[in-house]
Design a protein around this ligand. Sequence first.
Ligand SMILES: *Cc1c(COP(=O)(O)O)cnc(C)c1O
Length: 423
Amino acid sequence: MTPSPVWHPFTQHALEPPMKRIVATEGAYLFDEDGNRILDAISSWWVITHGHRHPGIMAAIREATEAYDQIIFAEFTHEPAEVLAERLLAFAPSALKHVFYSDSGSTAVEVAIKMALGTFHNRGIARDRIVVMEHGYHGDTIGAMSAGERGVFNAPFEPLLFGVDRLPFPEAGCEQETLDAFEAICRSGKVAAILVEPLVLGAGGMKFYGSAVLSALKEIAGRYGCLFIADEVMTGWGRTGTRFACEQAGVTPDILCTSKGLTGGAVPLAATLCTAEIFEAHLSSDRRKTFFHSSSYTANAIACAAAVANLRVWQAEPVEARIAELAAQHAHHLQRFESDARFVNARQCGTIAALDLAVPTGGYLAEAGPRMRRLFRQRGLLLRPLGNVIYLMPPYCTSAADIAAAYDAIDDVASIVLKETAS
Ligand SMILES: *Cc1c(COP(=O)(O)O)cnc(C)c1O
């Protein structure tokens, strides 16, 4: 068979076996061409919330195709985008008043950074620094990468990345250092915005921090007049136990980025929500103060209809109860690993559970990662450890039996990999 011309993301094709084709999805499962059923325990890279092909969302997509495709979003608007904006603002923290659409988490972050800088530029205030957190991840476009952790992923692009100010990650017991560092940078008077993933740093290794840090960061930002940007691309839509993670800290950000779960994961869409002040800073009879940003597929009408259907699911179905039940399942199963010498730092935030395999060399490129991935696949389980960090982020429809089986597989695979690394 000739090799496929397809170049896959985050894939070293020289080291990976040929890819299996997925022929169908349903609920918590992927079905491959060989007839295997695979439990999608990472929600297909964190996008699927309720489950694959939720009937209400799929029906809304079908229905939308009867009337719409892509419609230019300057000069015109459409019903799905208008209804979605209204309902999204009602769903999100209450001071957010405007919705700017785009098509991925990375673009939602780019838009947020541009909104923040545009706001100060339009007001004639010289502030252009962006403050971020160590180990952060905000996407893979140049701007989003600039704000994220530097490392092996972006070394070739380093010359193009712009400088940001980094706060140390608020490790338990050292939170004050993070806050002091932020306040020290704020005193320069140059900070336009702080950009953080609230409560959970996802791609940076499922690192969790408390809501008190989040609210303290917001308080400092407010005191120094810098904008607070919450990158809720992963944490939104129930992942951390609440609709958005910011709610747990009682924080309303000035700008909120959402994507992944916005359509329940069915089709791509993103939104950057902002306060009236930010919108009004771009409102002027001077055309130079326009917010100059657009993606060709801004507010795709079919995707907007899918997102409206997702919000209907949140209203009509016991989504919060499913999330609470999933969180309880994690808590139950994690107990057995808490004093297990094979693991360090068993932790949980809502529907996300993580634990680090106690191998001598950690980090993303740790050989244990790909080895575990293969062993999980042999057990009908899709898990992609971040180096030695094993995590579960399943769709909310995942059954208790499947969650239990996933933890059994972790138990099993950890022993195999540790035995191999020891020999
Ligand atoms: C996934 C992710 C992004 C990027 O989203 P894409 O849709 O992959 O561009 C940005 N921020 C966070 C926190 C993410 O987890």
